[in-house]
Unconditional design. Structure first.
Length: 456
């Protein structure tokens, strides 16, 4: 039997023996990533400094030898840990994955799509002009932005080539790796400082890592995707859902929790099967979790309903208002191309602290790259939204809107996770979440060769 996709850029062909081979490879790759996750947690608990970096890099090198894309999925899993260790370390890991991707692309003869090439040129030119005409620009931040854009195209290609299964599994592993680090840490009491759960002293790092896996679990629960699975599997999935939900609540991160609720609402509204009972069960689990955690004094859940902080978005309105006034008080060139790459507090002349960064990816595009940058960002997001709606993929719509809500009140233009999630959304619009084999249509036309997905 041959199954073909009607998508204009891809063609999927699946033979029974290829399906079995793909599933076997997928299971092996999951085991490799699971082992890497466990080793990463052990290394973080007992090592530090250069020794930690070496012990985390060597497994990535081994994974690269097994399959080139595995190094990238390993990066997704440990990205929060590497980020906490400093900018130079994460730049080394990211650059390594980009170089591996380029070598893989040459071997596989993967062609860059014309639109992708056009975007790369436009974004590089815009960021270069902003760097040159901006105010006290920083070359490291400029480099980080270019690397983040490269990371997006790397993720987009790998996800499309491998399908989204390994990508989704990597997000799960990242979430449970952070949960494991928090609950096995000797400084657990510090992690619960001020009644909120955090990791590496950062609340949003943990909260953001939990939202996407929790959204997938919610989708599976509401759409009854696991009805044909065994009872043990269903119970395990329910346990995963509750663990992710409770830990997310313990972060008391308004932005992450509201983003999850918004994404879940989309799934509920788009669900063709009215599973009111399961929705009630989700709400009941949410209520019981809040009640128990608040009664035990573990978390300060009332923070979620602090109206004064909600109105000011945690003082973000002051930050955004200040930088907007600074931006539009510049000359025309400054308004068009922004402050340029660098930490935003530099333009305040000491009025704003270093912690007063943009706290918003869309607004940071406006601050850093001006009206032109914000316009290009908006056009790309609108085109992507149009594509998602056209695909009628509920999960893609939910993940995309959740990502927008999540990073509208968090992050900067160099937030790597934002670009990876956007790439995941693009992959989901191809409806490749359950695909077994992948053919690059351009290579197929040129060479007549079938590339089997999952075999490297």
């Amino acid at each position: 039997m041959i199954i073909e996709s009607n998508h204009k850029n891809t063609l999927m062909t699946c033979y029974p023996n290829e399906k079995e081979e793909y599933e076997e490879n997928y299971k092996k790759e999951k085991i490799y990533l699971l082992i890497y996750s466990v080793l990463s947690m052990i290394c973080y608990q007992f090592m530090e400094g250069q020794l930690l970096h070496i012990c985390m890099f060597l497994p990535i090198l081994i994974l690269t030898l097994l399959k080139s894309s595995l190094s990238f999925y390993a990066l997704i899993i440990t990205l929060p840990i590497i980020t906490s260790e400093g900018g130079n370390v994460i730049m080394l890991f990211v650059v390594y994955c980009v170089v591996v991707f380029l070598i893989w692309g040459l071997i596989k003869n993967v062609k860059i799509h014309r639109m992708d090439l056009f975007l790369i040129v436009i974004i590089s030119c815009l960021s270069g002009i902003s760097f040159l005409v901006g105010k006290d620009t920083n070359f490291v931040y400029y480099g980080w932005f270019l690397i983040s854009i490269a990371l997006f195209f790397v993720a987009k290609t790998y996800f499309k080539y491998d399908g989204s299964k390994l990508a989704i599994f990597s997000f799960y592993m990242c979430a449970f790796l952070l949960i494991g680090i928090v609950f096995t840490s000797i400084s657990f009491e510090q992690a619960l400082a001020q009644g909120r759960l955090s990791v590496f002293g950062n609340i949003r790092v943990l909260a953001n890592a939990l939202v996407i896996p929790l959204l997938f679990e919610t989708h599976d629960l509401i759409t009854n995707k696991n009805k044909s699975k065994s009872l043990l599997y269903k119970r395990s999935k329910s346990l995963v859902f509750l663990v992710l939900l409770i830990v997310l609540l313990m972060t008391v991160s308004r932005g992450a929790i509201f983003a999850y609720l918004f994404g879940s609402l989309i799934i509920v509204l788009k669900s063709k099967q009215k599973r009111i009972l399961k929705i009630y069960l989700i709400l009941a689990a949410l209520y019981v979790s809040i009640f128990i955690l608040e009664e035990q004094g573990v978390i300060n859940i009332l923070r979620l309903f602090n109206l004064s902080r909600l109105q000011t978005l945690g003082n973000r309105d002051h930050i955004w208002g200040y930088y907007l006034s600074e931006l539009f008080s510049q000359d025309l060139l400054g308004i068009l191309f922004g402050f340029g790459p660098g930490e935003l507090y530099r333009v305040s002349g000491g009025v704003m602290s270093r912690g007063a960064y943009a706290h918003s990816v869309p607004l940071d595009f406006l601050f850093t790259y001006g009206i032109i940058g914000a316009t290009i960002f908006s056009i790309i997001m609108c085109k992507l939204m149009k594509r998602i709606i056209k695909s009628k993929n509920t999960l893609a719509i939910s993940v995309f809107l959740t990502t927008i809500v999540l990073y509208f009140t968090h992050g900067t233009v160099i937030s790597r996770e934002f670009y990876i999630l956007t790439a995941l959304v693009i992959c989901l619009t191809h409806n490749e979440i359950n695909s077994q084999c992948f053919i690059n249509s351009q290579n197929d036309k040129q060479n007549g060769n079938i590339i089997r997905k999952g075999v490297d």
